[in-house]
Ligand binder design. Structure first.
Ligand code: PMT
Length: 219
């Protein structure tokens, strides 16, 4: 459903796992399918929000501005120019914390005499932390993908990354997190008790999130 409160609001959403190049044919990636971010984007569009989706996965949705990128640095560049123009940022993408220090110009050849091959990694920017530090009136939503100590780790991310809300998911659960159609989210806000939602489809998670955002806008 569309509401007058959300009509004309602008949101930028990231989705999918970044791909950090090793050479022209290889990359370091992760298991993110982009489903969670895409669900957020579609639900927003259905509620009358103007959506820009920055993603590593193939996606074409009528009426949505979709920007395809591969690496964390490319995602960061796109966000830096779009963020000042939006009302909401949602970082659903799984951003690689590290990338190869050097990207080989040519395909790396196997050396038959060596059993080991070493790739030196260097830190990627923390996109959410960097971008959210520049916020003026934007509402900033991060995810926390955890395999242990969900609440404690998510709480740390809420504080250190300047997010207004963290949506925490336990990615060790087989029916939540990466790749699957369902998710189980705990919503964290500053100075409020964490709110755990039941297991539901990613589309339902997205719908619940936008309903929650609507209550904040109306308040
Ligand atoms: O794509 P799906 O297959 O549907 O899976 C959904 C999901 C599991 C990827 C999604 O629900 C999710 O949890 N996304 C965040 C994954 C992640 O990178 O979590 P994190 O806890 O490592 O990072 C915390 C937050 O900081 C995230 O919002 C992330 O986008 C952001 N981040 C992380 C590292 C980095 N260098 N820069 C960032 O901005």
């Amino acid at each position: 459903f569309q509401t007058k409160e959300l009509a004309g609001k602008k949101v930028v959403i990231t989705a999918g796992g970044t791909k950090e190049l090793i050479d022209p044919v290889r990359y370091i990636g992760n298991r993110s399918s982009g489903k969670m971010g895409l669900a957020m984007a579609k639900a927003a569009q259905n509620m009358g929000v103007e959506v820009t989706l920055i993603t590593t996965v193939d996606a074409a949705i009528a009426g949505m501005n979709i920007i395809h990128i591969q690496t964390a640095n490319e995602m960061m560049q796109q966000l830096q120019s779009i963020f000042p123009t939006v009302d909401v940022l949602i970082m659903a993408a799984a951003v690689a914390d590290f990338k190869p220090l050097h990207v080989a110009d040519q395909k790396i050849k196997k050396n038959d005499d060596e059993d080991f091959f070493t790739i030196k990694l260097t830190k990627n920017p923390d996109i959410l932390k960097t971008i959210a530090a520049t916020k003026t009136n934007q509402f900033v939503v991060g995810f926390a993908a955890e395999t242990q100590n969900l609440l404690a780790n998510a709480e740390k991310k809420l504080n250190s990354k300047h997010a207004d809300v963290i949506l925490a998911n336990n990615v060790a659960q087989s029916d939540a997190g990466f790749g699957v159609d369902t998710n189980q989210i705990t919503l964290l806000q500053k100075n409020k008790h964490p709110e755990s939602l039941p297991l539901m489809s990613k589309d339902e998670v997205a719908q619940k999130f936008w309903e929650f955002y609507l209550t904040l806008v109306k308040a």
